[in-house]
Design a protein around this ligand. Structure first.
Ligand code: FES
Length: 184
C-alpha cells in the first residue's frame, strides 16, 4: 500500500473514533439531563405516597360534654380530626372511636375500640356488663382488664383531659398482637 493511502486510512479511523466518542458523550449528557429533569416529577408522585397516613390525633381532641355520663355506663364516641392520606387533607374526619367510661371515683377513662388481638372493633354487652370482641371472643371487664380470650393485653387506655366540662382524648393506634402497649 502507498504511504499516502495509509495516512488517509489512519486519518479516517481517527475521525471515526472521535465521532464515536462524541456520540457516547452526547448520549451520556442527554441521559444525565433527562434524569435531572425527571427527579422532581418522580418526587411529585412518589413523595406523597411515602408520607405516613395519620393514624393518631394531632393532640387532645374534644369528644364531648361529660354531663349526663353515668358511672360504669360506657359511651362510644367518634374521634374526629383532620386526616391526611397520600395526596389529600380531609378536615374534621372520623379517624376512630373510643369507649368512654366514668369511673366510680368520677374520673374518666377512654379505651380504644380496637381490639389488641387483631384489630376488630370491641363492643359493649349491656346484658353481661362486659366488653366483647366478636372476632375471636376476647372479653374485658368495665375497667378494660382482660377476662378471657386471645387478646394479648387489656384494652388500650388513651390519655384524657377535662376542660370546662368537656372531655378530651389523645387518640392513638397501638401495635396489635403483642403484650406491650406500643403506639404505631
Ligand atoms: S381481634 Fe379481638 S379477639 Fe381477635
Amino acid at each position: 500500500m502507498e504511504e499516502g493511502s495509509v495516512k488517509k486510512e489512519v486519518l479516517h479511523e481517527s475521525r471515526d473514533g472521535r465521532r464515536a466518542f462524541l456520540k457516547i458523550c452526547s448520549v451520556f449528557l442527554t441521559s444525565l439531563i433527562g434524569i435531572a429533569y425527571s427527579i422532581p416529577i418522580i418526587r411529585t408522585f412518589i413523595n406523597p405516597a411515602l408520607q405516613k397516613t395519620v393514624i393518631s390525633s394531632s393532640g387532645l381532641v374534644e369528644v364531648g360534654d361529660i354531663r349526663g355520663c353515668k358511672v360504669n355506663v360506657p359511651r362510644k364516641v367518634a374521634i374526629k380530626d383532620s386526616r391526611r392520606d397520600a395526596w389529600t387533607k380531609y378536615p374534621e374526619t372520623v379517624i376512630g372511636a373510643v369507649w368512654v367510661v366514668q369511673q366510680e371515683d368520677e374520673t374518666f377513662k377512654a379505651f380504644s375500640v380496637i381490639c389488641p388481638h387483631l384489630g376488630c372493633g370491641i363492643d359493649w354487652d349491656k346484658d353481661s356488663g362486659r366488653f366483647i370482641c366478636p372476632c375471636h371472643e376476647s372479653y374485658f371487664d368495665i375497667k378494660g382488664e382482660i377476662l378471657s380470650g386471645p387478646s394479648p393485653r387489656r384494652m388500650d387506655t388513651l390519655e384524657t383531659d377535662i376542660k370546662q366540662g368537656k372531655l378530651f382524648v389523645r387518640y392513638q393506634k397501638m401495635k396489635l398482637g403483642i403484650a406491650e402497649k406500643i403506639p404505631v
